[in-house]
Ligand binder design. Structure first.
Ligand code: ADP
Length: 363
């Protein structure tokens, strides 16, 4: 069976309604009007009018006038209604065909097209959610491109170093030594860390990281983390403190992910704090619990602050590359916080220290 399009169906349904309406009108009119007219004439005769042989002419004349009137009504009414219904059907279908054309453009890689606003409420909502989807897709696509670009850049550096050493060792221009092998091992470790981080980042960004939220008591988790990190601290290093009320309301969060975020924040704090203190604070506020890691380290310049959560961003690339930072940790942390329904913020003053804090919803 041949498929009729939406526009055709709408038009056809209008035409059917119109034909039914007009034919009912005409049938009923044709049947009743002359009878009523004859009755009317009889009434006139009854009240003393002499109609005589004009009566036949009158009836014929009436029928003729009625027939003409009906014909013109059908012609004018039918074509106006038909035209209008065609226009309405086209107006409803046009945004849909437009949407189809835009999805085809999307498929061929052009994600910048958007649906225009529509004054039919349902179609307007459809266009709005279509546009939201398009914007999301565009964001994902852009991030993917950036990621591949950043990634090749990040991988190239250690690869070039390893290649240089290996070639030097092979043709004898570099003497094999413990130091050389250690450097090679360090670069390969860096590559491995990068790959691990990337895997986690890509999962986190795509939202595939499983998050098992549960009612979580923060105090024991924070205490055990502080304990773990204290064991790594050197004598002359910063002091690690915990500042958390005993009666903290339960958070709704995934303990493993919260630990992952805190390990990252504490790791950074330790790396950038020579002396002073690193304090883990927790408090509750209107429907959320906040956890903060406050350090008295080098701090972050105001111009750099907006970038710290961007992936691969490091305030001093050369320094951090050698110290092993990949600039991925904070972007993973941000994603993990967002996946649990919270937000992450940073405040910092150069030379005074930094505060990274994140919120979690209350259970
Ligand atoms: P990395 O693996 O390089 O630490 P992050 O995403 O965790 O990556 O951090 C990004 C950058 O933010 C770091 O390279 C550093 O420059 C800056 N940063 C993060 N935490 C701190 C901190 N507590 N104090 C000063 N700078 C920080």
């Amino acid at each position: 069976m041949a498929k009729i399009g939406l526009q055709g169906r709408l038009f056809l349904s209008h035409v059917i309604v119109m034909v039914v309406g007009l034919s009912t009108l005409i049938t009923v009119g044709k049947f009743y009007s002359p009878r009523l007219f004859v009755l009317h004439l009889a009434k006139l005769e009854g009240s003393g009018f002499k109609l005589g042989y004009v009566r036949y002419q009158l009836i014929k004349g009436f029928e003729y006038a009625w027939g003409r009137g009906a014909l013109w009504s059908v012609v004018v009414g039918g074509s106006t209604a038909g035209g209008l219904s065609y226009l309405v059907a086209r107006r409803i279908v046009k945004p849909l065909t437009q949407m189809e054309a835009i999805t085809q453009k999307f498929a061929s890689g052009n994600l910048s097209e958007r649906m225009p606003a529509n004054d039919i409420r349902e179609l307007h909502r459809l266009a709005a959610s279509f546009n939201r989807m398009a914007a999301d897709l565009q964001g994902v696509e852009q991030r993917r491109r950036e990621l591949v670009g950043d990634l090749t850049h990040e991988l190239r550096t250690p690869l070039t170093v390893v290649e240089g050493y290996l070639e030097g060792l092979a043709d004898g221009t570099i003497e094999p030594s413990v130091d050389i092998y250690q450097r090679l091992a360090k670069e390969t470790r860096r590559l491995r860390r990068l790959v691990n981080d990337l895997q986690e980042l890509s999962q986190a960004e795509a939202g595939y990281l499983p998050i098992h939220t549960q009612k979580l008591e923060l105090l024991p988790l924070l205490t055990s983390l502080i304990q773990k990190f204290s064991d790594q601290l050197l004598e002359e290093g910063p002091e690690l403190r915990l500042d958390c009320p005993a009666a903290l309301p339960l958070a709704l969060a995934d303990p493993e992910r919260v630990e992952q975020i805190l390990i990252n924040l504490l790791g950074n704090a330790l790396q950038y704090t020579e002396q002073g203190s690193i304090t883990v604070q927790a408090w509750s506020e209107a429907g959320k619990v906040w956890v903060a890691v406050v350090d008295t380290g080098v701090g972050i310049a105001p111009a750099d602050l907006p970038h710290v959560f961007e992936r691969f961003w490091r305030s001093d690339p050369s320094r951090d590359r050698s110290s092993g930072g990949t600039g991925i940790g904070l972007s993973i942390s941000r994603r993990l916080v967002e996946l649990q329904g919270g937000q992450i913020e940073v405040e910092s003053q150069v030379g005074q220290g930094s505060t990274f804090r994140f919120s979690l919803p209350l259970a």
